[in-house]
Write a protein that binds this ligand. Structure first.
Ligand SMILES: [Zn+2]
Length: 59
């Protein structure tokens, strides 16, 4: 059984393995963004956009 994730960026819904844990980083299959698991509520997984530290790379 899989859990459902809704991408906070593009609103795509996709599934992740049932053994996903808080703090795990998953990639949205739609927009490719990296999402960090912040909460697991039953079959629903809440995520936030992974903040990459050191945003000034490229300068
Ligand atoms: Zn997405």
């Amino acid at each position: 059984m899989a859990k459902k994730v809704k991408c906070t960026e593009c609103d795509a819904e996709f599934e992740v393995p049932d053994d996903v844990v808080v703090g795990e980083v998953i990639s949205c299959p739609d927009c490719g963004l990296e999402l960090e698991v912040v909460e697991i509520e039953g079959d629903t997984v809440k995520v936030k956009i992974l903040q990459v530290s050191g945003e000034d790379w490229g300068e």
